[in-house]
Structures are given as structure tokens and as C-alpha cells.
Design a protein around this ligand. Structure first.
Ligand code: MG
Length: 355
């Protein structure tokens, strides 16, 4: 197997503002794993708050030696080797780098077997629900314009809240659409009382779910809020990997799983199982990513109650065609092998690393 990779900064269509930061680019590294003429693609997307960088991802990928593995279908062995590569660095945050390998290896396995990943996972694509489209924090007029632009194409919108002027923002959106809304406070409300008051008002405005209302470590506050909230509370920043699903059982109604946080499809599938065992809801989210990682997450969409898989629609330089589509607002899976994505340019410009 041959691993190659290249940094590929993602350009955002609109400067993206959420509670806490604002940016117009996301660092990203594209990877390819090739075996006997077939190639699987993966990527690591690195929003600043995850603690990874192009340098840290490339450093991690340099250490990955796939030469001892001659069967790409033995994904369990390969991925557990990758998952434990940084065990000697207790503070390492290499989850997006690991996700890149996991995604590329799954894509390659699907291509070898000639099947889409959702089929290898035993899932039914008609179970996919609506994806939200995210509206970032902006002026009232810009927000209304963004909503008008996407209203016919999406069945649900996600609104970033958690800053001054939340209610004005929601009222502006309600002037132009009746679509169900989800909100993401990104830890922006500071007390459980404030959060509950906001949530009660949001319920009157057709909001159906609330993401990360309080700071990620305020588990007492989240537990109290979960007991009292009239809307489902889904945690995102509080959740990284499988162990958190058990830890947070009483602090939320559900969890937002993202491949870049947990390290790929294998841990994401485990998180779904753990959540379901405990009666928790499941949301699948993404970062700003290309069609590669968004399509990878979408392979698990039949398992999710909420989908927020719009990351590739927020960038202007997606290097892939094909993969998951949003049709009438619904996540729609394709039947092409693996992820079913095709790089726009054959000469992808990877700096090849022979294995
Ligand atoms: Mg979120």
C-alpha cells in the first residue's frame, strides 16, 4: 500500500462566524492510499479549536508505515495500529490525521469490494433524514439573504446562536422562512437558567433541537438543563470519542459525532452503538470539509436522528466530484463503490510517500 498526502487549504464561501471565532479558510490535508491500482481518498480538516495543524497532521502521517500490511480489507488491524501510534504522547491530538487514514482505508475497501460503504455497514439509505444548512452569525440583512438563497434546497436550517442578539437573529429568519430550525450555541450561554429561558423562547419559534448550550465542562449545568429543557439537548464540544458517550449519558439527550473529532468511521460506528444502547439520540456533523469527509460521514446517515452534513457546500474549492448529494433537503447516498467520489484533477499533486 502506498500513502500520499498534500496540504490543501479550504476556501470558505462566506467568512464564518460562530460564538468565539471568525475565519475565511480552514487548513486541510488530502490523502490517498493506493493498492494494486485502486485508490481510496481521505482528508484531515482542522478547524483551529481542535488543536491540530497542517504540520502536526503531516508529522503524524510521516510516521504511518503501512508496508507491513498487505491486505487493505483487514481494516481492524490497520486502524488499531494507526489509533495507537501516538500512545507515547499523552497530549497528542491527532484525531483528524487518524480520521484521514480511516476514511481513505474504508474508501479503498469499498472500491476493492465494488460496494458503497453504507452497504458494507448493512444500512438502508432510504432512512436518511434532512440535513441542516448552517447559517453563521451575521447582520440581519445578510442572514435573511442567506436564508432566501437556500430555502428551496434545504428542509431544515441550523442557526448559530450564543451571542448578544440571538432573538433578533431568530426573528429575522422567521420573517423569511417557516422551515424547522436547530440552534447551536457553541457553549455561548453561561448559566443553566439563561439557557433554559432561551430554549423555552426558542421552542415558541419552531426550533426543534439545541446543540451545546453550555460550556463543555459544565456537566452539572448540562445535567440540570437536560432534565428541564423542553427541547432535546445535543452535545458537540463536550464529546470527542467513544468514552464520552458513556460519561455524558445523563448530561444530554444525544451526541454530535464528527469524524474529525473521533478519528474516523470505525470509532464513529462504535459511538453510535454506545449511544443507542443507552437510549441517546445521534447527530452526525462535520467540519468545513470536502465532499470526501462529508460523504464518509454520510455513509452513517441512516443511523442518525439529526444530520448536519453541509461542510462541502460551504467551501469554494472542493477538489472532488460525486459522493453524497442533498436532494430536496434529504441526504441522498449513491451506489458507486467506496465513497463514490472522483478527484477533479487526475494529477492530484500529492507528494508521494512510498510504502
Ligand atoms: Mg456544533
Amino acid at each position: 500500500m502506498q500513502l500520499s498526502y498534500r496540504p490543501y487549504p479550504l476556501q470558505l464561501q462566506h467568512t464564518f462566524t460562530v460564538s468565539g471565532c471568525s475565519r475565511s479558510q480552514t487548513p486541510d490535508v488530502l490523502i490517498a492510499i493506493t493498492h494494486q491500482g485502486l485508490t481510496g481518498y481521505g482528508e484531515a480538516s482542522m478547524p483551529p479549536y481542535l488543536g491540530e495543524s497542517i504540520e502536526s497532521v503531516c508529522d503524524f502521517l510521516k510516521r504511518v508505515d503501512l508496508s507491513t500490511f498487505d491486505d487493505p480489507l483487514r481494516t481492524d488491524d490497520i486502524l488499531s495500529y494507526v489509533m495507537h501510534l501516538d500512545d507515547d504522547e499523552p497530549d497528542a491530538h491527532n484525531f483528524s490525521a487518524k480520521a484521514a487514514i480511516d476514511i481513505a482505508l474504508h474508501d479503498l475497501a469499498g472500491r476493492i469490494l465494488g460496494q458503497p460503504l453504507w452497504r458494507l455497514f448493512g444500512l438502508s439509505p432510504e432512512r436518511c433524514t434532512y440535513t441542516t444548512y448552517t447559517i453563521g452569525i451575521d447582520t440581519r440583512e445578510v442572514v435573511k439573504q442567506k436564508v432566501r438563497e437556500v430555502e428551496g434546497r434545504f428542509g431544515r436550517l441550523k442557526v448559530k446562536v450564543g451571542v448578544e442578539g440571538d432573538r433578533e437573529l431568530i426573528r429575522s429568519i422567521r420573517e423569511v422562512t417557516d422551515l424547522p430550525l436547530t440552534v447551536d450555541a457553541n457553549q455561548g450561554w453561561t448559566s443553566p437558567d439563561e439557557a433554559l429561558e432561551q430554549i423555552q423562547w426558542l421552542q415558541t419559534q419552531g426550533v426543534i433541537m439545541v446543540e451545546q448550550p453550555l460550556p463543555k465542562h459544565d456537566l452539572d449545568g448540562l445535567q440540570w438543563l437536560t432534565k428541564h429543557s423542553p427541547l432535546p439537548i445535543i452535545l458537540d464540544e463536550s464529546v470527542q470519542g467513544p468514552a464520552d458517550v458513556i460519561r455524558l449519558k445523563d448530561c444530554c439527550h444525544g451526541i454530535n459525532i464528527k469524524l474529525m473529532k473521533c478519528g474516523g468511521l470505525a470509532p464513529a460506528r462504535l459511538m453510535i452503538q454506545l449511544a443507542r444502547m443507552q437510549g441517546m439520540q445521534v447527530m452526525l456533523g462535520c467540519m468545513t470539509e470536502t465532499a470526501c469527509a462529508v460523504t464518509a460521514a454520510a455513509q452513517l446517515a441512516p443511523c442518525a436522528d439529526y444530520l448536519d452534513l453541509d461542510g462541502n457546500l460551504l467551501i469554494s474549492n472542493d477538489p472532488f466530484l460525486g459522493g453524497m448529494q442533498v436532494i430536496d433537503g434529504l441526504v441522498t447516498l449513491q451506489s458507486a463503490p467506496g465513497l463514490g467520489i472522483v478527484p477533479i484533477s487526475e494529477s492530484f499533486g500529492f507528494s508521494e510517500k512510498e510504502q
